[in-house]
Design a protein around this ligand. Structure first.
Ligand code: IPM
Ligand code: MN
Length: 352
């Protein structure tokens, strides 16, 4: 079995982290008897420098020709002076999300026991472990609905959800909950917002097809609080675009480093996998960035796009073991000797 993967390393730490992480995928492919072909493409600042735009047509074509898209990170100070609609984040990443019609953003967060001292939360709040997955609607809601406008007098946006959009994301979340601990928390603001009333009704309706999944509803303000005082209570959190943007960043604080957090964005065809953190221009080129978020994104890709579930499990386990052996990059260490990007990736590869 040969899988074609679009590789868009992007800017900042993107390229060095990507190169190190692909060695883990090579190793997994070898161990589990499949092969991978990488099709490299430009995105972000790197694409602006070489082709004059953040998402060249040929990059989109390459993504569409592949089974999955693996992204590094985009953006940096060099391109911050450009007009907002030409900058790498918007003209590169947001544009690619749109091109591929990505609608479900999955952001899993785990607090690894071996490094739980990094969490800003007290030990007692982490008892029983933290392992949650935010499923954020990515294609609609207040980010995209019309009317929206801005003039010297007023600025406004519209939070609008249509039933099929909610149905689709709810089904994704229920399917995922079923493969995990079978608990789903749907987060809304239905005591105030009509779009949330529709959201809640639709999620209820979808839940009838998933009697094995335990559903609860929670207001977003309460969810933000529960995330801190009792993060272990969550399994899958299902929510809209804006609430998901905020809650997933809040959840990202729990393990103590962004360098651990992968993400997947699912669409009708190719899915996209990327670390949740940014391009970290301050440490780019030094070989010290944490590759684990990229490596875990590769594991998610094996899981959701390549149907290589065994390889995915092996990568998750290998990451866990290399953390336990304390092969750690600087962001995961309070004291002691930090390992380079390459050394961390090599240690994970060896565990497979
Ligand atoms: C994210 C980011 C983006 C978003 C920004 C950069 C547009 O915050 O991926 O969460 O809000 O979706
Ligand atoms: Mn965000």
């Amino acid at each position: 079995m040969k899988h074609k993967i679009a590789v868009l390393a992007g800017d900042g730490i993107g390229p060095e982290v990507m190169d190190a992480s692909l060695k883990v995928l090579d190793r997994a492919a070898e161990s589990f008897g499949f092969s991978v072909e990488y099709r490299r493409a430009l995105i972000g600042g790197a694409a602006i420098d070489e082709r004059g735009r953040a998402l060249p047509e040929e990059s989109i074509d390459i993504c569409r020709s592949c089974d999955a898209v693996l992204l590094g990170s985009v953006g940096g100070p060099k391109w911050d002076k450009l007009p907002a609609d030409q900058r790498p984040e918007r003209a590169g990443l947001l544009a690619l999300r749109k091109e591929l019609s990505l609608y479900a953003n999955l952001r899993p967060v785990r607090v690894y026991p071996a490094i739980r001292e990094l969490s800003p939360l007290k030990n007692e709040l982490l008892e029983g472990g933290v392992d949650l997955l935010t499923v954020r609607e990515l294609s609609s809601g207040i980010y995209f609905s019309e009317p929206k406008a801005h003039n010297s007098d007023e600025g406004y946006d519209t939070m609008r959800y249509r039933r099929p959009t909610v149905q689709r994301i709810a089904e994704t979340a229920f399917d995922l909950a079923r493969q995990r601990r079978g608990r789903l928390t749907s987060v809304d603001k239905s005591n105030v917002l009509y779009s949330s009333i529709l959201w809640r009704e639709t999620v209820e309706e979808v839940s009838r097809n998933y009697p094995d999944v335990e559903l609860e509803h929670m207001y977003v303000d309460n969810a933000a609080m529960q995330m801190i005082i009792n993060p272990g209570r969550f399994d899958v959190i299902l929510t809209g675009n804006l609430f998901g943007d905020i809650l997933s960043d809040e959840s990202a604080a729990l393990p103590g480093s962004l360098g651990l957090l992968p993400s997947a964005s699912l669409g009708p065809k190719q899915h996209l996998y990327e670390p949740s953190g940014g391009s970290a221009p301050d440490i780019a080129g030094k070989g010290v960035a944490n590759p684990l978020a990229q490596i875990l994104s590769i594991a998610m890709m094996c899981d959701y796009s390549l149907e290589q579930k065994e390889a995915a499990r092996a990568i998750y386990r290998a990451v866990e073991r290399s953390i336990e052996k304390r092969v750690l990059s600087a962001d995961l260490l309070r004291r002691g000797k930090a390992s380079s990007t390459e050394k961390v990736a090599e240690a994970v590869a060896l565990e497979i």
